[in-house]
Design a protein around this ligand. Structure first.
Ligand code: IPM
Ligand code: MG
Length: 360
């Protein structure tokens, strides 16, 4: 198989972690005779400096021409503030490339060998942590209209709109049920149905769909309670499905349970894949560009390496290769000898990639 991938390293540590991820990808698929065809493109400040736009036309075209996008990070806080919000890389590039990709899967796993990196007490995590958060990514507060600031200071007013159609809710909850079916068969639907109309629709839809999935244990949780239960009994969660903003917040909270945000991969998927005319699936580690450690070969590449494994699973269907990468990566983490600074080690980014490759 030819794996056609648009590779967008972007800003800060995006460059190093993507290089590490690509090296592992190459090594993993070569063994079974597959070939990676990577087309690199500029995005973020790296693109503004060269082409005057965070998402140049050439980059869009390269993305469109491939079956998956591997993305590092965009944004440099010191420079972002010099631009109006609507022109910042996260708006212009990130949200743009995610268009149409309504299902954002963020996988939080605490490696057995790194339990001491988890901020929770040992007795709370003895059963392990493995949570798949499914965040709705194309609706809710991010996109609802009207949105904006009106009037003149000091009497301005601002509005954001949380809006969901039943069809939007149904398709993301379906991803939740289907994902739970392949895992521990437990789905927690998170909403704020005691207050919000969108959440009432969400909950009614989830309850109705539960009848189609009698094998899945469905429960419902208000988002405030969910944020507490994640810290109180994280092992009880299997799959969480929730709307855009709740998922944004809960996934950052949950990433700390893994010991470092540098460990968490993600996939943004649409209804159809790129080969059947859908939007191009987008894969990224959930961390940002970390300019303070950029260019020093210090960043943790595990989030990106596990992201590459998600790409093999969801876009290319190379489950065996994906599993090989995941097992090799957790092997390295559990052994605890080759770890980056965020995990208390002193290994370089490239050394972690090499350690994973040597276990493949
Ligand atoms: C994320 C980020 C983005 C989001 C920002 C940078 C727009 O927080 O990927 O979680 O809110 O989706
Ligand atoms: Mg976020």
């Amino acid at each position: 198989m030819d794996l056609k991938i648009a590779v967008l390293p972007g800003d800060g540590i995006g460059v190093e972690v993507v290089a590490a991820g690509m090296k592992v990808l190459d090594a993993a698929v070569k063994k079974s005779g597959h070939k990676v065809h990577a087309q690199y493109a500029d995005v973020g400040w790296a693109a503004i400096d060269k082409h005057g736009s965070a998402l140049p036309q050439a980059t869009r075209e390269i993305c469109r021409a491939n079956d998956a996008i591997l993305f590092g990070a965009v944004g440099l806080p010191d420079r972002d503030v010099t631009l109006p919000q609507a022109q910042r890389p996260e708006r212009v590039a990130l949200l743009e490339l995610r268009k149409g990709l309504f299902a954002n899967l963020r996988h939080v796993v605490l490696p057995r060998g790194l339990a001491s990196r988890c901020p929770l007490k040992p007795e709370l995590i003895s059963a392990g942590i493995d949570i798949m958060i499914i965040r709705e990514l194309t609706g809710g507060l991010y996109y609802g209209q009207p949105q904006g600031i009106q009037g003149a200071a000091p009497n301005r007013a601002a509005v954001d709109t949380m809006a969901y159609s039943e069809a939007e809710v149904r398709r993301i909850i379906r991803v939740g049920f289907e994902t739970a079916r392949k895992r521990r068969k437990k789905l927690t639907s998170v909403d704020k149905a005691n207050i919000l109309a969108t959440s009432q629709l969400w909950r009614e839809t989830a309850v109705a769909m539960g009848k189609e999935y009698p094998d899945i244990k469905l429960d419902h949780m208000y988002v405030d309670n969910a944020s507490m239960q994640l810290l109180r009994r994280p092992s009880d969660f299997d799959v969480i499905v929730t709307e855009n903003t709740f998922g944004d917040i809960l996934s950052d909270e949950a990433s700390m349970l893994a010991g470092s945000i540098g460990l968490v991969p993600s996939a943004c998927l649409g209804e159809k894949d790129a080969r059947s005319g859908g939007p191009v699936p987008f894969y990224e580690p959930i961390h940002g560009s970390a300019p303070d450690i950029a260019g020093q070969n210090k960043a943790n590449p595990v989030g990106t390496i596990l992201t590459v494994a998600m790409m093999l699973t969801y876009t290319f269907g190379l489950l065996h290769e994906a599993e090989a990468i995941t097992n090799a990566t957790f092997g390295v983490l559990n052994e605890g000898k080759v770890l980056t600074g965020d995990l208390g080690g002193s290994a370089s980014c490239s050394a972690v990639a090499d350690a994973v490759i040597s276990r493949l």
